[in-house]
Design a protein around this ligand. Sequence first.
Ligand code: NAD
Length: 276
Amino acid sequence: MMIPLEVLEVIKKYLTNRALKTTALTGAGISKESGIPTFREDDGLWQKYNPSIYANLAGLMLRFLHGPQDVVNFATDFTEPILNARPNSAHMALATLEKDYNLSALITQNIDNLHQEAKSEQIIELHGNIYRAICQRCQSSFMISRKDLMNFIESLQKHSRSRIKLFRIYRELYPKCNCGGRFRPDIVFFGESLNQENIDRAYQVLSKSSLVFLVGTSSVVYPAASLPVYAKENGARIIEINLERSQLSDISDYNIFAKVTDAFTEILNYLKKGSA
Ligand code: NAD
């Protein structure tokens, strides 16, 4: 058995007791086995693209002026794996834990929409969603289909040498809002603030949580990384699931060093066996 029996018993105790709330906080690692690279690992996006340029809007705009093709390549490398991804068994397991057991909320740093596709319902998105556009002025938003986003990337590639055409293509997908503001991708870039309502909801949920799963996150991105610390200070136990040690391994009560899919398969099997 991969996960110690003691840990499986703790998980079962919390997930089968309605009086105890459990929350999961997920990061890029949960979607890795769906084919979406993380940022910081050896095969991550930051190995190819310098984050001080590509992870913030000002850097991207400056790069766009000097070499629009580089920005199109980055947009393609970032977006295509997400467009081709489908939920894996770990996303599915979290949806099952919400439906059939006692997982009350899912806080995610991911923007890939895979928790939604897996049919989790109580989701708090900290860093936005690539399939959503948001007005910079009035915050109204609309969803973009996978097909439209695919066509968008294709058009960008086709016209990657012409700044004017690229700009036009961008403005077609992200038009002006009725309020006079402009839509943009609903993604939180480095240096931008998170939606305060979502952060407040996350703190609220965690203040009531007795158990927190910390899943596939290096916990170096703030303020997301401060959430488990807050939960711990409020009395929650933390179970980390990660391939390797993270910044928050030391504050976790239990560490499961494994692939997310293997860990959740074992957890679900144990829970099902217990209820048979
Ligand atoms: P990160 O890239 O910093 O860290 C990923 C973590 O996942 C690492 O600690 C790694 O050891 C672990 N991991 C990788 N594969 C795993 C697996 N199969 N099983 C278990 N653990 C695994 O990611 P982060 O901490 O989430 O921060 C990066 C930021 O970038 C986040 O804010 C997120 O919004 C964004 N991001 C999102 C996506 C996405 O939406 N899928 C992808 C890349 C980055």
